[in-house]
Design a binder for this molecule. Structure first.
Ligand SMILES: [Zn+2]
Length: 179
């Protein structure tokens, strides 16, 4: 499958969240060598409170590690910018998969994969890139859904466009069928 992890957040293991940890030095002697004696969630789970003990002077102090949602910005064809919205992608996938044997959970998986791959780029993304990533993710799942999504994404205007896309699809999957 095509799952990948984006974030290295130890506490959430989620691509949507990254932990921002500031450098810590002992407020008494400025040594940055300490041991954590206690950790707990604070502020309704958006921060982690740690009790630390300085290895050099033995003083104890408290740090807060804040967790921030990393914003992903989408640049639309019009140049307009908006926050990334996974539900919009899911809507497009659902439309393409209508009446096809594709499980809702698979569709959600595609949307999540697209979001993760966009976050991996670590920059603003265009709606075109999102469309391309979605198309690529749908392709191995369902041929009909793929062509439907391609018709929207690539702006098909006539039957020739469909014929060309299906032709390419058949060509690229043909070697597999012979196996
Ligand atoms: Zn110290």
């Amino acid at each position: 499958m095509w799952w990948s992890r984006v974030s290295t957040c130890l506490y959430h293991n989620s691509p949507k969240i990254a932990c921002i940890v500031t450098g810590m030095r002992c407020p008494f002697c400025s040594t940055d060598d300490d041991r954590v004696v206690d950790s707990r969630l604070a502020e309704d789970g958006v921060a982690i409170r740690r009790r630390r003990e300085c290895a050099a002077c033995g003083q104890r102090y408290t740090t807060f590690e804040r967790i921030e949602e990393v914003g992903l910005v989408v640049v639309k064809r019009s140049g307009e910018r908006e926050p990334f919205d996974q539900s919009k992608i899911l809507m497009g996938i659902r439309a393409a998969c209508k009446n096809r044997p594709v499980d809702e959970r698979v569709m959600e998986g595609i949307a999540a994969t697209v979001e993760e791959s966009m976050r991996l780029l670590n920059r603003d993304v265009s709606s075109e890139e999102i469309g391309r990533a979605t198309l690529d993710a749908i392709r191995p799942i369902d041929d009909v859904a793929y062509v439907r999504f391609a018709s929207v994404y690539k702006g098909f205007e006539g039957t020739e466009d469909f014929a060309r896309e299906i032709g390419m699809l058949v060509k690229s999957t043909a070697p597999k069928l012979r196996n």
